[in-house]
Design a binder for this molecule. Structure first.
Ligand code: NAD
Ligand code: TYD
Length: 355
């Protein structure tokens, strides 16, 4: 039995589905179901005794303690977070509460639980903290990609809150010996991603024939990783990673935002030709830049490749194609996501942005 936090979100739900499908091992999924959490992602596990879902907050000490002592997991895989940079710019409070205080509470409860285990259980226990490459700040175009020893230099409230949580995890390992590991991953894409992030936002806006907003000049670079490759990396780190270590996870797919959006438009032209707008790329609109917008992220994942034998297998073109087909096949899921709260967010973030 393992405990997953945030397992109703994008990466968490992909991880839960893959975990149950591939290992068959039961898990407890603790998720607050914020706007980003969606039980529809886990509909295929309905009634499956291997998936125990508990709605709750990682800040709730009594609840977390009860789950740990009641289910006795051998690992905690910690995804729960506020995850969207633009939201952290508009309203950082929840990022502090969940990403920093929530991780601190989870660590404190995990430590108390771990200290009560017998020697073998103690040695086998793992606290896996899922983090981001954004903690390392922004790269210039000629800089070497981030390694595990790159200095922390977070630039957004989101990345600052994740950096803070990484430091707490590190401190719990060094101070108390809690067998914790950290993974810092690049931008994920794939099924079940909430359409506030670039790729699903562009897919859904294009299908609706509305503008495709590119912040600034569109030359910012991200390293894109297909979500199932990330989940495989996390299972590998759980099985083979050394406590106290950090592993960088990336897709070897550096692209500018404009390249990504053109790639999505090209695939849509092929898979779902537009009746009204001609080529989808005609919908691209440059809007006001994100404040403090990091120019480039890139990951050097040679450590996890060399030491643990993981490498990404999905190509960007095939991964984008799969993602697009998933959204086209799941328009009911999309319809249910597009609630009033989603429309409000689009108005807050893009309302006054057109240049
Ligand atoms: P997401 O926003 O899709 O999902 C977050 C999940 O956490 C949701 O289900 C939400 O309900 C839950 N949650 C939020 N606050 C909670 C709380 N206080 N208590 C319990 N549950 C809570 O995020 P994601 O994109 O799946 O990211 C998962 C993790 O991976 C995050 O820690 C994020 O920082 C990290 N990460 C994401 C990416 C990416 O590209 N999406 C890249 C690198 C790292
Ligand atoms: P995003 O998916 O929000 O991930 P992150 O900020 O964590 O990298 O954004 C990816 C890139 O796309 C980032 O450089 C910002 C840019 N972007 C746009 O140009 N337009 C948009 O509407 C969004 C949401 C993002």
């Amino acid at each position: 039995m393992i405990l997953v936090t945030g397992g109703a979100g994008f990466i968490g739900s992909n991880f839960v589905l893959d975990w149950v499908g591939l290992t068959g091992e039961p898990l407890v999924n603790l998720d607050k179901l914020t706007y980003a959490g969606n039980l529809e992602n886990l509909a295929s596990l309905k009634g499956d005794p291997r998936h125990v879902f508990i709605r709750g907050d990682i800040n709730d000490a009594g609840l977390v303690n009860g789950i740990l002592t009641g289910y006795r997991p051998w690992a905690i895989v910690h995804f729960a977070a506020e995850s969207h940079v633009d939201r952290s710019i508009h309203a950082p409070d929840d990022f502090i509460k969940t990403n920093i205080n929530g991780t601190f509470n989870l660590l404190s409860q995990a430590l108390a639980y771990w200290q009560g285990l017998d020697a073998d259980e103690k040695a086998a226990f793992r606290f896996l903290h899922i983090s981001t490459d954004e903690v390392y700040g922004s790269l210039g175009s000629d800089d070497h990609p981030f390694t595990e020893v790159s200095p922390y230099a977070p630039n957004s409230p989101y990345s600052a809150s994740k950096a803070s949580s990484d430091h707490l995890v590190r401190a719990f390992y060094h101070t108390y010996g809690l067998p914790a590991l950290i993974t810092n991953c690049s931008n994920n894409y794939g099924p079940y991603q909430f359409p506030e992030k670039l790729i699903p936002l562009v897919i859904l806006n294009a299908i609706e024939g509305t503008s495709l907003p590119i912040y600034g000049d569109g030359q910012n670079v991200r390293d894109w990783l297909y979500v199932s490759d990330h989940c495989e990396a996390l299972r590998t780190v759980l099985a083979k990673g050394a406590p106290g270590q950090t592993y960088n996870i990336g897709g070897n797919n550096e692209r500018t935002n404009l390249e990504i959006v053109h790639a999505v438009c090209g695939l849509l032209d092929e898979l779902c030709p537009s009746q009204g707008v001609g080529r989808y790329s005609s919908l691209i609109t440059h809007v006001k830049d994100r404040p403090g917008h990091d120019r480039r992220y890139a990951i050097d994942s040679s450590k996890i490749q060399r030491q643990l034998g993981w490498r990404p297998v999905e190509g960007l073109e095939s991964g984008l194609r799969k993602t697009l087909m998933w959204y086209l096949d799941h328009m009911d899921w999309v319809k249910n996501i597009k609630t009033r709260a989603y429309q409000d967010w689009i108005e807050i973030n893009y309302g006054a942005m057109e240049e």
